[in-house]
Design a protein around this ligand. Structure first.
Ligand code: 3HC
Length: 320
């Protein structure tokens, strides 16, 4: 391609971004835009499937059939979100095998939050309320992401995440209004999940390597700090309604800013978790590798069936 052609394509791309139009898979896009999307969508997809593990840990121990059915449906939804997202990434020219290989070999990340253990049943509620709540806060703006397939996947993901958030809230409410021991269990779960949930939004804007460029490309619509603040402001009244306390003595309403001030996040903990030294990193990734190996026969059978269908002559009505 001549430099003039490339310049024309770049300016058509810039104009589309400027006009808030969607970029679609067959459109020309800068290499950096493609690479950023692959990185973010892959990390997002990996988070969805790794995120199945901490909650699946409680399926066999759910306290009632109703709770078990809800939890199973939720964990299945997360698998579905992974599938939408891997499919969205594939439209950018990478294969799912390649992405999974990068996850398994530690060359791509997944969300820090899933490296914490689920110690009690109340953790299922705290994950729904806080972790899924943080995910929604982060992901609703992604429904307006400039890349079409990612934005469309996010619409469905966000609808399902809203259900997940509500089930967590309802579960915590039941515990909070239950016996003193149940209330204490709910409070303990919130104490452990609050700070890691705030870390889900990523490093402060000043240290965020990708935010400025991702916002210029309208992949991200807001910085990490703005979304984190929005999440804190949403959670404070919800915690009051739940009868639970957020574990931050510095949390208070700031009249001037029209937002809550909150305490310092322990970014060294975040960095340690990203480096693989969180409480459950090793467990999560080895479980994921094992599940992948044990599922090899399913992938082989599906591929063999697809080959057989493709080779079979069609019936007159188009059925094989
Ligand atoms: N956990 C792990 N890594 C994180 C992270 C987190 N919480 N926050 C940031 N990082 C990583 C980034 O990936 C980047 O590393 P890289 O260069 O190797 O990719 C580095 O830290 C610097 O961070 P930046 O702020 O520059 O990175 P981004 O601009 O990509 O912003 C983000 C980070 C806000 C997480 C953004 O990627 C994003 O919005 N992603 C889509 C949403 C997502 O991935 N959510 C996962 C949450 S869990 C979930 O959705 C499952 C549901 O069931 C709860």
């Amino acid at each position: 391609m001549s430099p003039t052609d490339e310049a024309a394509l770049q300016s058509a791309f810039d104009a589309a971004i400027g006009a808030d139009e969607r970029i679609e898979p067959r459109d020309w896009m800068p290499d950096g835009y493609r690479a950023t999307l692959i990185r973010q969508i892959a990390q997002h997809a990996h988070s969805e499937i790794i995120g199945m593990q901490p909650e699946a840990n409680w399926i066999t121990r759910a306290p009632s059939l109703r709770r078990k059915a809800i939890l199973m449906a939720k964990v299945q939804d997360e698998a579905g979100h992974g599938l939408y997202l891997y499919s969205a990434a594939e439209t950018l020219g990478v294969s799912r095998d390649e992405l999974l290989d990068k996850l398994h070999s530690g060359r791509q990340k997944y969300s820090s939050i899933f490296n914490y253990p689920t110690l009690t049943w109340a953790d299922v509620g705290a994950i729904g309320w806080l972790v899924d709540g943080a995910a929604i806060t982060n992901q609703v703006p992604l429904c307006r992401c400039s890349y079409g397939p990612y934005a469309r996947a996010m619409v469905r993901v966000c609808k399902e995440e809203s259900f997940h958030q509500r089930q967590g809230y309802e579960l915590l409410l039941a515990l909070s209004r239950g016996t003193p021991a149940q209330h204490a269990m709910a409070q303990d779960a919130v104490d452990r999940w609050w700070w890691p949930s705030l870390m889900m939004f990523g490093p402060p804007d000043a240290e965020s390597a990708h935010s400025a460029q991702s916002m210029a490309w309208k992949i991200k619509r807001h910085g990490n700090d703005e979304l984190r603040q929005r999440f804190v402001d949403i959670c404070v009244p919800q915690a009051e309604a739940l009868g639970l306390t957020l574990p931050d003595p510095d949390l208070r309403w700031n009249e001037e800013r029209g937002s809550h001030d909150f305490g310092e996040i322990d970014w060294s903990e975040f960095q340690q978790v990203l480096k693989g030294n969180g409480p459950c990193n090793e467990q999560r990734i080895s479980q994921r590798r094992r599940a992948h190996e044990e599922g090899a026969w399913v992938r082989e059978a599906a591929a063999a069936y697809a080959r057989k269908r493709a080779a079979a002559p069609s019936n007159e009505d188009g059925r094989r």
